[in-house]
Structures are given as C-alpha cells and as structure tokens.
Design a protein around this ligand. Structure first.
Ligand code: SF4
Ligand code: SF4
Length: 421
C-alpha cells in the first residue's frame, strides 16, 4: 500500500493553517469591504451592459438576466447549506450534533462493528446521497484548520475560534473553541463534479459561477445527509463542506486524485472540474490508499493552466515549499497558486473564473480515447510532451459560446450526463 508521503512531501515544520489567512478574508481586509460586495457591483454593471463578465457579451440584457436568474437559483441552494463551509462550522445544517436522530439511537452503535462492511455501506450511502466518487482517509490532524474564522468574507479583525481535539463524547463548541472528539479518526471524502461545459464559457463568466454554486449546493446536501446517516448508525459525524479541514490533502489521502500545478485536485474521471466534500467520523472504517496516475510528471511538462491563467496566479516554474503570499501554508512541496491574485481577478471580472479547470487536459468527457491517453500518461511519461499540442489541435480547452447553456444536454442538478458510466 503506497503511503501519502510517497505522493507528496511535507517539511517537518508544516503547521496547521488558520482560516484567517484565506484569500476571501485577506482580500476583504485589503479592500476594506466584503469581497463579495465588490464582486456583485461589477456583476450588476456587466448585466446592465448585457454581459455575463467584463468580456463576455450575450444577446441582450434579457439574456444576461437569465444567467443572473440561474446563478441566483444555484446560489440559493448553496446558501441553504451554509455557503462554502469555511467559517460556518457547527452552524445551521452543518451542525456538529444530530438533527433528526432519535435520542435512543444517538451514540449507540451496534456491537462488534465490522469496518470492512461499514466501509462498503458508507461508501454506497455517499453515492446514493449525491457524491460522484467517494474515498476514506485516515484523518491526519495536520490538515484540520487551526482555527475557524467566523467573519471570513468581511474586513475587520478576524473573529476566530480554535479547533482542538479533546476528551469529549460528542463534538462541542464553547465560547473560544470547537472541540472534536479524540476518537474521530476518519474522513469520508466525496467528489462532486462540476458541469465542465459551463466552466468553458470564460475564462470568467456567470456560467462558471452557476456550475460552481451548484456543485457547492450538491456538496452541502451530500455532506449533511451523509453525516445524518452515519449518526443514525450510532457514531459521531461532522459535515464540513470546505470548512473544518483542508479538503485537497484529505482527498489525496483518500485515493481520489493528485495535486496539479493549478493547485486543484486532479481526479482520474473528472480532472480538476470537481468540488470536494467531507464528513469526519469515529465510525471504524478502512482507509483507501493514495493513487499516482502520473499527474506530477504531466504537469511538469504541460503548464497550460499557468500560461492561460488571466491573473498570472499559477506558477510556471518548479514546485517549492514557499507560497507567494500569506494565503498559502508554507511547508508542502507543491505549485502554490496566489489566491489573492486569483480572487482579485474574479472581482474585476464580476464572475468567478475556472479557466484552470476548463483548459486542463485532464478535464474531459468519457470518450474511450481519453481513457487510453490517461493510461499512457500513467505508464509512459516520456510521451507526455505529445499530448498538450494534440489537446490544442483537437480544440480542447477552447472557450464556448455562452448560448450553449440553453441548448446543451443536461442532467438533473446540472450534472454532466456524458461523464457518468
Ligand atoms: S488561478 Fe484563478 S484566475 Fe487563474 S485560471 Fe484559476 S481560477 Fe482563473
Ligand atoms: S493544465 Fe496542465 S499543468 Fe495545469 S494542472 Fe492541468 S495538466 Fe497540470
């Protein structure tokens, strides 16, 4: 079984990260107002000009308003499940306590649990409740945020609470701390696919924001429902969305993908066009092993995301242990993306950007030829220089006409039907 340390490398001094340094918080502080307010101002100005981002005109204002309408619909679902998750630990439906479990079943699992059987069942539940893929990680406490930041989207002094592990029976919140029981040893990590076609109207556009918000909404519903299912089995469960712990390293530990140059998890089936949810639990489970399908070697050659990033936020050089700003956590060997540059570009565009997902050669449909090439990337890295020019030649990663939203084949909840088996 390959260990995580063979897939990524961390310095001894790598510390836990605080949400006070997330780009959303730092950029709001620098602007002196919530980043979202600045973003909405630009978004509304675009709409009045009949655009869905600064450089993307649509037919007329009615057309622009239809994009706004769908964005608001998807965002509403996301808001209902505590948007994005950071800063929202133990709030609303992201409660750390059972919501609908009869008191006589709470924390009373059946005797003699079989971790193999429980793992099989919890994975099946995760898929049924909305995940595209699921894996189990042994919880490395290094990946748990050092503190939450309650005013994460606002300027002003950070309102933080430490996240600690304690000898408690159930997760708890005090005036100053969020306390995770020592027995919480696993993360059930879920992959939620993003409608990749919608991310290809851009680089920044409202259709990208629609796809992203819908993925977060599905993630919220999946995490919250899965936590309740686990609690009904008699165990503790903490639904997280983006909050509580860093999602990407947990997803790598859970065998769901590898880290790319674009700072995103690259999954075998969906490339980087995904969001990652997780539920922390003390249910006895069997962890998965990290996978290596040649992403690091491929990214060494490719650089497509870095060359096309409109904000210049993705490095073109080698991996390092040092981030370009305080929004990254030093000590992990990787390509550090400059989160502040990225978010400032979103604000200037009045729409979120997903160019680094859209143009990535791993973001593909399910055509059999793509599977063959993925196999060659894994087993014949010397051929890697061939694939990027071929990708360009076939027009992959090209930006699409915004009108595609109204004509494309679409599954319920915006799921891309071409990606499922
Ligand atoms: S890093 Fe940010 S600005 Fe650059 S391509 Fe990715 S989302 Fe866009
Ligand atoms: S676009 Fe290329 S360099 Fe960037 S993450 Fe994808 S494979 Fe790696």
């Amino acid at each position: 079984m390959r260990g995580a340390e063979e897939i990524y490398s961390c310095r001894e001094d790598l510390g836990r990260f605080s949400q006070r340094f997330l780009a959303f918080k730092r950029v709001s502080e620098e602007l002196g107002k919530p980043w979202f307010e600045a973003w909405i101002e630009r978004l509304m100005a675009n709409y009045l000009e009949g655009k869905i981002a600064t450089r993307i005109p649509v037919r007329d204002r009615t057309e622009a308003r239809a994009f706004l309408a769908l964005w608001n619909g998807a965002s509403t679902w996301n808001r209902l499940t505590e948007p994005y998750g950071e800063g929202h630990e133990n709030q609303g439906f992201l409660s750390w306590k059972p919501i609908n479990v009869p008191p006589n079943l709470r924390l009373k699992p059946e005797p003699n649990p079989d971790p193999v059987d429980l793992t099989k069942k919890v994975k099946q539940m995760a898929i049924f409740l909305g995940a595209n893929r699921v894996g189990i990680a042994e919880l490395n406490r290094k990946w748990v945020y050092e503190e939450t930041c309650r005013n994460i989207y606002d300027p002003g002094p950070p309102q933080t609470k430490r996240i600690v592990f304690g000898d408690v029976e159930e997760p708890q919140e005090t005036e100053t701390e969020l306390v995770i029981p020592q027995g919480i040893r696993y993360a059930v990590v879920t992959i939620i696919d993003l409608n990749r076609i919608l991310t290809q109207v851009g680089p920044a556009s409202l259709s990208t924001s629609i796809a992203t918000n819908m993925a977060y909404a599905r993630m919220g519903i999946t995490d919250i429902a899965l936590a309740e299912a686990i609690r009904m089995m008699g165990y503790n469960a903490i639904p997280c969305k983006n909050g509580t712990a860093l999602s990407i390293p947990l997803a790598i530990d859970a065998g769901l993908g590898q880290l790319g140059r674009n700072g995103l998890l690259i999954t075998p089936d969906y490339g980087p066009a995904v969001r990652i949810g997780k539920v922390l639990t003390d249910m006895p489970l069997v962890p998965d092993s990290p996978i290596d399908f040649g992403v690091t070697e491929f990214c060494n050659t490719c650089k497509k995301c870095a060359e096309l990033c409109p904000a210049g936020a993705i490095p073109k050089g080698e991996r390092t242990f040092e981030p370009p700003s305080e929004t990254g956590n030093p000590g992990a060997l990787k390509w550090y993306v400059d989160g502040k540059r990225c978010l400032r570009y979103w604000i200037a565009a009045g729409a979120s950007c997903a160019s680094c997902q859209a143009v990535c050669p791993f973001t593909k449909g399910s055509f059999w030829g793509h599977r063959v090439i993925r196999g060659l990337i894994k087993h014949a890295p010397l051929l890697n220089p061939l694939w990027v020019p071929l990708d360009d030649l076939f027009g992959y990663g090209r930006m699409r006409d915004p009108e595609i939203l109204w004509d494309m084949k679409m599954g319920p909840f915006g799921i891309d039907p071409s990606k499922e088996d």
